[in-house]
Design a protein around this ligand. Sequence first.
Ligand SMILES: Cc1cc2nc3c(=O)[nH]c(=O)nc-3n(C[C@H](O)[C@H](O)[C@H](O)COP(=O)(O)OP(=O)(O)OC[C@H]3O[C@@H](n4cnc5c(N)ncnc54)[C@H](O)[C@@H]3O)c2cc1C
Length: 285
Amino acid sequence: MRAFAYERPDRLADALALLADLGPAARPLAGGTDLIIRIRDGSIRPTTVVDVKRIAELEREIRVEDGWLRIGARSTMTDLERDERIRRDYLALAEAAAFVGSVQIRNRATLAGNICNASPAADTAPALLVYDARVVAVGPSGRRTIPLDAFFVKSGVTTLRPGELVEAIEMPLPAGQRGAVHARRTRRRGHDLASVTLACSIGADGVTRLSYGSVGPRPVLVVDETGVLADPRATDLAKSARLDELFADASPSPTSMRASPEYRRAMLRVLGLRAVASAMERLAS
Ligand SMILES: Cc1cc2nc3c(=O)[nH]c(=O)nc-3n(C[C@H](O)[C@H](O)[C@H](O)COP(=O)(O)OP(=O)(O)OC[C@H]3O[C@@H](n4cnc5c(N)ncnc54)[C@H](O)[C@@H]3O)c2cc1C
């Protein structure tokens, strides 16, 4: 591993000043479960790592504020798994967080790091997308919010501007009844990323929101407003056909070592059907 300088500011202003001074040669570090691996394999070579774990303004807190559930940037997967409100109102996100790595990884890995790393296989991304999440970013020009769907560009690339940090991730409070679920296919749980990751949320109005990852350069959100997926009388054949339309833009990598494109497409449909059935059950219960 190439040597790098290590900074651990206590104040947000100091972290932002460091990032502004050093430019792209500096990288923020939260849990380090992605960053350290990428520094080790040489895919990124920062001259300075800015540890954000002591910055009080980047909270490790999950709370309600102005109609949104706000998840502070230092909140870990374990924090999400255990949070009562997330388990009750955002179950697909609690399930996604519980799928990430092992207990040790989940105790360190932050939600902010998961989305900033922008892996197409990030497990929390589909759940956050179906719940209409937004990112609160803070940087040299102040604070702004970015809808999560406008945050992901492609693997490793987001619309975060140079020198910006993610301060929080927010989801609107639920407006009505919904059933939601996270589903995932992987070769080895705890050791490997997803071959397909997916979340589904069905509202009492019959609208189904599905988001899928690991089958293209970024996670994708699709919405079914025809009501077919939420119709208990519709056959699996009709639902499969609708899912095929919704998943038409899936573009799995032909060179990935994890799974062939054919396998990923087939699993996407299987997981889609199962997720719709589970979400319907949860909506009814
Ligand atoms: C063994 C193992 C298993 C894993 N299994 C899974 C899995 O099953 N599913 C899954 O989705 N992921 C998995 N991961 C990946 C990883 O744990 C997650 O992506 C994690 O959530 C990243 O968070 P972190 O706090 O460790 O981020 P870090 O590694 O510290 O940072 C990741 C990226 O985000 C940036 N960053 C961090 N915080 C901020 C911030 N506040 N503002 C701006 N940029 C920031 C960093 O600069 C870096 O580019 C696994 C990793 C390992 C090592």
